[in-house]
Design a protein around this ligand. Structure first.
Ligand code: HEM
Length: 445
């Protein structure tokens, strides 16, 4: 009995550490091991770093797994039953409706909007007096938030972008941690204290999401965008999408469609600052490809190093740094029996730095992702966008946006972390820099 109580105490203290900063909580040995089986209180938890096991859970036998509460619950108050959170038939139907909006044939049109919005942001920086210190993650968040709104909902956010940004920051302050209740699989109906605390932030966020929807309801125009696809949907009986579900999808596409890209851009410029030799090559590539002009969609193929820098920063700092799935029925993974209800954890942060899968795993080596080298990356060792049926809806959108913005901002500005400032990776709901990404921004000569 005493031994069990001691074990419980140590489990709870580990889980507490994990929920403060999950990155720091992964034991050193996990970066070498491929299959780890643990018991927390009454739950079986498997940590998977072996590509075949990851493929089994996320792809080949994905129907036996659902996103666990640890992945879904923290976002539910904001996103309701939107694509990121929903399961089963609702998810499958909604995914089919949204898929066409991110088809690669639409990318060229989206790229025009991205380039225009980045141009406006750069002009505003130029007018604001440089050099000055900024939080680069915040600035990139406001920009990508404007871009996703223009691309998917055909409207401009303007100042409302700041309201959404503030609402989400307030929300993260109460929901950003990974919760013990979710890790232990407490029932969904149980009220969480954080839900009560984050209510004001949800209302603030919701008011802008509903404003975006209202604008379309009151408009005579029907642009060819995702919002219109949601409006036009009718099920087999001719019923339109439920108002609340439509609201949840708008909230989901808005949030999933900008936050991760912005964080990844912040990390990309941080890594370039830390690696001047790579930065010099990046600037050379940009100069050669663009010769001082504004890029266009077709320039993307001329910027392989810019794209490789963005992909390598997604390896070292994957914004979604852990996946958690729960077994709906019994299974066998890596030769071990997986009882129904077990948690399958795929720790992207660890997988991307695993000694068996990567040479010099902690080093920033963008050349790994250059077209001539990328075939050496083994399948299911690099998962910044997930895998299987739940793979990111906006993967190509995010990669195009990340590459274009990296090229445009590096072409015009220089970014440097102020002397003496530490940038620390903080593994919360997403992998963010703790306290922001401080950068002195200056115009490049
Ligand atoms: C660099 C940028 C991005 C990264 C790193 C990223 C990462 C991810 C990951 C890892 C998932 C899967 C989560 C899981 O399986 O538990 C995901 C899902 C999703 N992403 Fe992205 N994402 C990015 C950009 C975007 C963009 C631009 C959009 C919208 C245009 C988007 C929309 C979504 C949606 C709707 C889902 C849920 C898909 C589903 O469950 O069916 N993401 N993202």
């Amino acid at each position: 009995m005493i031994a069990r109580l001691r074990r419980l105490k140590s489990d709870i203290s580990y889980l507490n550490k994990a929920r403060t900063n999950l990155i720091d909580a992964w034991p050193e040995s996990y970066y070498r091991k491929e299959f780890i089986e643990l018991r927390y209180v009454n739950r079986r938890v498997f940590i998977l770093n072996r590509p075949e096991d990851i493929q089994h859970v996320m792809v080949s036998n994905a129907s036996n797994y659902r996103k666990s509460l640890a992945n879904r619950q923290p976002l539910k108050p904001l996103l309701g039953e939107g694509l990121f959170v929903s399961e089963g038939k609702v998810w499958s139907r909604q995914r089919k409706i949204a898929n066409p909006a991110t088809h690669t044939k639409r990318l060229e049109g989206y790229a025009k909007i991205m380039i225009e919005a980045a141009g406006e942001q750069m002009a505003a920086w130029g007018e604001s007096g440089l050099p000055r210190e900024i939080d680069l993650t915040e600035e990139m968040t406001l920009l990508t938030s404007e871009v996703i709104t223009r691309c998917m909902f055909s409207c401009r956010l303007g100042d409302k972008g700041v309201t959404l940004y503030e609402a989400f920051q307030e929300y993260l302050a109460s929901h950003g941690r990974i919760h013990i209740t979710e890790l232990l699989g407490f029932p969904e109906w149980l009220p969480r204290l954080s839900q009560i605390k984050g209510r004001k932030a949800v209302d603030k966020f919701d008011s802008v999401i509903r404003h975006i929807i209202r604008l379309r309801e009151q408009s005579n125009e029907q642009p060819d965008d995702l919002l219109q696809m949601l409006f036009d949907f009718q099920d087999a009986t001719g019923q339109p999408m439920d108002d609340l579900l439509l609201r949840d999808e708008v909230a989901t596409i808005y949030l999933a469609g900008h936050e991760t890209t912005a964080i990844a851009l912040g990390w990309s410029f941080y890594l370039l600052h830390r690696h001047p030799e790579v930065k010099a090559r990046v600037l050379e590539e940009i100069e050669g490809a663009l010769q001082g002009r504004v890029p266009c969609f077709s320039d993307l193929s001329k910027l392989p190093l810019c794209r490789a820098v963005f992909e390598e920063s997604l390896r070292l700092y994957p914004p979604i740094h852990v996946f958690s799935r729960q077994a709906l029925g019994e299974d066998k993974v890596g030769g071990s029996r997986v009882p129904k209800g077990s948690f399958m954890t795929i720790p992207t942060w660890v997988l991307h730095r695993h000694e068996k899968h990567w040479e010099n795993p902690n080093d920033f080596i963008p050349d790994r992702f250059l077209p001539e080298n990328s075939s050496k990356i083994a399948p299911y060792t690099y998962l910044p966008f997930g895998a299987g049926p739940r793979i990111c809806l906006g993967k190509h959108f995010g990669l195009a946006e990340g590459t274009l913005f990296l090229a445009m901002f590096a072409q015009n500005f220089d970014f440097a972390v102020p002397d003496g400032r530490k940038v620390e990776a903080w593994g919360r709901m997403t992998l963010r820099p703790k306290g922001g990404m401080p950068m002195i921004v200056n115009r490049r000569d």
